[in-house]
Write a protein of this length. Structure first.
Length: 267
């Protein structure tokens, strides 16, 4: 698993611009072979619960929009992608565009084969052009590393590019809300721009490198109903209004999910 620990010399490459994403690395056979193990990990370690997959249209592309949690590890990303592939079959492509650091490291090849693509500014647009459904996290690293005491807050940021992608490609937006990821470590905020967290087995860590173990927090994911932007907002909607509406709907769902949790980590 990937987490947070002290930044070491030679890691500045993580801040360099990523090369153009290779959208052909997703490997359906690779995914099929690993689904049983991923579900075992999700079920036993994280007690994963993915609800509402039936809300995703059976055919065609969708733009899944999620809240980002869990620091660099974000185990709910892989859990959601595994659930999607199990429900719809690995032949229905889903690509995820994340803004966290793991894809900068050579061992991350299996993530790319699973469908997680490099986070370039045009990655989601290029992925939609391939005919795949796409999972995006507009809140990016800021939301993923928010303090644990803000675990019940959805923060999609100011970006509206994902709204414009959905309009351009005429695909519905499907909000996806996850709870529990921000309990896989004690996230303490940022120091000089770097995320700080209390993690296993290293204690206080600054930065983002391989080697830490997420706590076995219960992860719950709720897939909401699809939003046809033109049907709801008309032919020329205000992207900021769409973003705010989607964020508000996700926030209401996350608030209800957090209220249903008994204790952090326990769920």
């Amino acid at each position: 698993m990937i987490g947070l620990l002290r930044q070491l010399p030679g890691t500045s490459r993580l801040d360099r611009p990523e090369p153009r994403p290779d959208l052909d690395e997703r490997d359906p056979d690779f995914i099929r072979e690993r689904l049983p193990g991923l579900w075992l990990l999700s079920s036993l370690y994280f007690r994963g619960d993915v609800r509402g997959l039936g809300n995703i249209p059976d055919h065609g592309q969708v733009l899944l929009v999620g809240n980002h949690s869990g620091g660099v590890a974000t185990p709910d990303t892989v859990m959601l992608m595994a659930a999607f592939s199990s429900y719809f079959g690995v032949e229905r492509p889903l690509l995820a565009v994340t803004r966290t650091a793991p894809l900068a490291w050579p061992p991350s090849g299996w993530l790319r084969r699973f469908g997680i693509v490099r986070p370039t500014p045009d990655a989601a647009d290029l992925a939609l052009r391939t005919g795949a459904s796409v999972l995006v996290y507009p809140g990016g690293e800021r939301e993923a590393h928010r303090p644990s005491w803000r675990r019940g807050v959805v923060d999609l940021g100011d970006d509206t590019a994902w709204v414009q992608h959905a309009l351009r490609h005429r695909v519905p937006i499907v909000p996806v809300v996850a709870a529990g990821g921000q309990e896989t470590a004690l996230f303490l905020g940022r120091r000089r721009g770097m995320p700080v967290a209390l993690t296993l087995p290293w204690g206080i860590g600054v930065g983002a490198l391989a080697g830490t173990v997420p706590l076995p927090a219960k992860l719950t994911i709720e897939v909401l109903h699809p939003i046809d932007l033109v049907e709801r907002y008309g032919e020329d909607p205000d992207p900021e209004a769409v973003r705010d509406d989607v964020a508000a709907e996700m926030q209401r769902t996350l608030t209800a999910m957090q209220r249903a949790r008994r204790l952090p980590v326990v769920g």
